[in-house]
Design a protein around this ligand. Structure first.
Ligand code: ATP
Length: 201
């Protein structure tokens, strides 16, 4: 099965693009959703996080206080490494298991930090969802109720756009509206089906 790694900066439209592929019947394995499920109460990842960061990152009901955890790691690389050390192996393992269970010509594996990680995902192609930084910031501000400065700081902490684009095999330009986006997804879908079929012995 052809594996397409989908990535892009914050707010560039990864989730939106995944939904469009899913509507075409393409299986999508989403690292963010997996990470969320792994920190549900009772899951081993949550226990490990509490051991590392203390019970103050829990809410009163015992669930993870994401805002607090985000705060703890945002400006502290050491703490971020600690969290990554807990989460990454578990997320990789679950992605691999989910992909192995699929029956399809190709699948999408959506990983926001695909290019920042050491790429243990063994994807066949990298698809980057891209938009200008101004649109990215505007969308994040609207969606997450952040200030422009906060959104800017997150964008600045991620891989620079030219570097990300240089690593892409395919790019979706999400600077315009939904029709242009759907057109690009359809066209890529056809290419991926073609590539997947050509590879099959
Ligand atoms: P994150 O990195 O935070 O997970 P993302 O890359 O998954 O973000 P989306 O959530 O798909 O990005 O999109 C970010 C926001 O921008 C959403 O509110 C979405 O509805 C909106 N959006 C996506 N594409 C467009 C577009 N072409 N025009 C206007 N708004 C858009």
């Amino acid at each position: 099965m052809l594996k397409i790694g989908l990535t892009g900066g914050i707010g560039c439209g990864k989730t939106t693009v995944c939904r469009l592929f899913a509507e075409l019947g393409v299986p999508v394995v989403d690292a963010d959703l997996i990470a969320r499920s792994l920190v549900e109460p009772g899951q081993p990842a949550l226990q490990a996080i509490v051991q590392a960061f203390g019970t103050e990152i829990l809410q009163a009901d015992g669930s993870l206080d994401r805002a607090k955890l985000r705060q703890a790691i945002f400006s502290d690389p050491e703490q971020r490494r600690r969290l990554d050390g807990i989460m990454h192996p578990l997320v990789y393992a679950r992605i691999a298991a989910d992909v192995a269970a699929l029956q399809a010509a190709y699948c999408l594996i959506a990983v926001p930090l695909l290019l920042e990680s050491k790429n243990p995902y063994a994807v066949d192609r990298i698809l980057v969802v891209d938009c200008p930084q101004s649109a990215q910031i505007e969308r994040v501000v609207t969606r997450d109720k952040l200030s422009a400065e906060q959104a800017q700081a997150i964008v600045a902490s991620q891989m620079p756009r030219p570097q990300r684009l240089a690593r892409a095999d395919d790019v979706i330009d999400n600077s315009a509206g939904p029709e242009q986006l759907a057109e690009q997804v359809k066209s890529l879908h056809n290419s991926y089906i073609f590539l997947a079929t050509a590879r099959t012995p």
